[in-house]
Write a protein of this length. Structure first.
Length: 499
């Protein structure tokens, strides 16, 4: 805790780097080789009276559990530059306000401050504005591997509020944050933040459930996923994003399953009143895709857009509740978002960019950001090769199975907002089946298998009879009788069909 009074705070300083995540044993204090942010939690708490209801480790997981007086700002980065570093902490229990001078930034306040913030979790902080963090007066902090979960704002910016500020966010998760009026996950006011590999899941507000942009804000969103966010006002669309006199740049991103009182149609994904986004190489529900079917209410169609089920692995997680840390928005094999992004997407949004998505080495899970030559849409990159068909000189299909290791889609940032040492999305994607069928034109049927196993049963239908059945299994076994994975491949196909 920063002190005994509401105004006490952990003030960051230029040229001072602060690291958490050490086990605290004598002789290991400066040994980064034993540092483990997920296992050895370092908690900065605003519960100065020690009477909040918290997890066993002292973390506020619901702002309704804050009792009495708490720190106005747990951490403050006012007046700092990038040499002020905070790395490896959970920031919790801040409560800004209601005094006017302390009304924003319960977890952290940056006024003309641009610190470097890495491997942080903001959990259970509240404020009138910017429950998790508030950036104002030309602040430009850099956020990498940061999670905002269960933060609230009485008015706007449940997770993050930007006022005349341009932060940079890479590998960031906004999950289960809420605001009483605007921007459950984030609000941008005269601000142009840059977001790359970011997720908004299960956030809510009366308007702009995940994000609200107003007053000439032009955020740049690259490989960002919006899912299961909600606008709660019965007269206001925009569960995913609402734009008021703003023109965001959206590229390689996904808007699917967001909702408002009107349902989950196109206005629930992105609503402009007025606004003029530019959207490219993105998957937006109800958009009609690029071309003649494009919904002009969304903004400018800059090409490469699609309108199809993205096939998330498990959008609301094992607990069936969107906005918790087990939500898995990675892509199943066969997703129409795979290999459909733009490798040259400009992270600065202005073009020509100094940094493109090709310069980003990994996705949110720590896997290679570009796999199989072309970047995917959304925050996660599928690690499964597509299924292809090639001719041979012999009759009938020849199937070759290749197996790659199973990959768990886990964000690179360590999230410590729950009782477990590391609480991150736990869904495990079956990555191991990447068959490459080949066939020769014969008098009989010639299979044309083009899709990846897992998302499209037709991918497994080698004899093209609309069913995955024993005939397909026989073809597999005859084509590659020594491959022990042939039956596993068939079993996966059959399971997909019966599902």
């Amino acid at each position: 805790m920063p002190g005994a009074t509401e105004t006490d705070t952990f003030q960051l300083k230029n040229s001072v780097e602060i690291y958490g995540g050490f086990e605290g044993l004598s002789g290991t204090e400066d040994n980064f080789g034993v540092r483990d942010v997920g296992s050895f939690l370092s908690i900065l708490s605003g519960d100065i009276e020690g009477n909040d209801t918290t997890s066993a480790k002292g973390i506020v997981t619901d702002t309704a559990n804050i009792t009495g007086q708490n720190s106005d700002h747990v951490v403050t980065g006012d007046g700092t530059d990038g040499t002020a570093v905070l790395d490896g902490f959970t920031i919790t229990g801040g409560q800004a306000g209601p005094e006017a001078s302390f009304a924003s930034g319960g977890g952290m306040s940056n006024e003309s401050g641009s610190p470097t913030l890495t491997n942080l979790t903001f959990s259970g902080n509240s404020a009138e504005g910017g429950g998790g963090m508030n950036n104002c007066v030309e602040s430009a902090p850099t956020l990498t591997n940061v999670t905002f979960i269960a933060n609230t704002a009485t008015f706007n910016g449940g997770g993050l509020r930007n006022d005349c500020s341009d932060p940079s966010l890479k590998n960031v998760v906004f999950s289960g944050n809420s605001a009483g009026t605007d921007g459950g996950g984030m609000i941008n006011d005269f601000s142009d933040p840059k977001l790359t590999n970011v997720i908004f899941s299960g956030n809510s507000a009366t308007s702009g459930g995940a994000m609200l942009n107003r007053n000439n804000s032009s955020p740049t969103l690259t490989n960002t996923t919006f899912s299961r966010n909600t606008a709660t006002d019965q007269n206001t669309p925009g569960g995913g994003m609402r734009n008021l006199d703003s023109a965001p740049i959206i590229q390689n991103s996904i808007f699917w399953g967001n909702s408002d009182s009107f349902g989950d149609g196109v206005g629930a994904q992105i609503f402009n009143s007025p606004g003029n986004p530019t959207i490219a190489n993105s998957l937006v529900r109800g958009s009609g895709g690029s071309g003649g079917g494009w919904s002009p209410n969304l903004g400018n169609d800059d090409g490469g857009n699609v309108d199809a089920e993205p096939m998330f692995l498990d959008a609301d997680g094992i607990d069936n509740m969107a906005g918790t840390l087990d939500d898995d928005l990675s892509l199943q094999p066969g997703s129409p978002a795979v290999d459909m992004g733009d490798n040259a997407a400009d992270l600065d949004g202005g073009g020509p960019g100094l940094e493109t998505i090709s310069d980003i080495p990994t996705d949110l899970a720590g896997n290679p950001r570009i796999f199989n030559g072309t970047v995917d849409m959304g925050a996660f990159e599928s690690q499964v090769l597509p299924l292809t068909a090639t001719p041979t000189e012999e009759g009938g299909p020849t199937v070759t199975l290749t197996v790659t290791p199973t990959t768990t889609q886990t964000p690179t940032q360590t999230v410590s907002g729950l009782d477990t040492p590391t609480s991150t999305p736990t869904g495990t994607q079956i990555q191991g089946l990447s068959p490459t069928p080949s066939n020769t034109p014969t008098d009989g049927p010639s299979p044309t298998v083009t899709n990846t196993i897992g998302g499209n049963v037709a991918s497994c239908d080698l004899d093209i009879d609309d069913d995955v059945d024993a005939d397909d299994l026989i073809m597999l076994l005859e084509s590659d009788p020594t491959n022990p994975d042939a039956f596993l491949f068939f079993a996966r196909c059959w399971f997909e069909q019966v599902q």
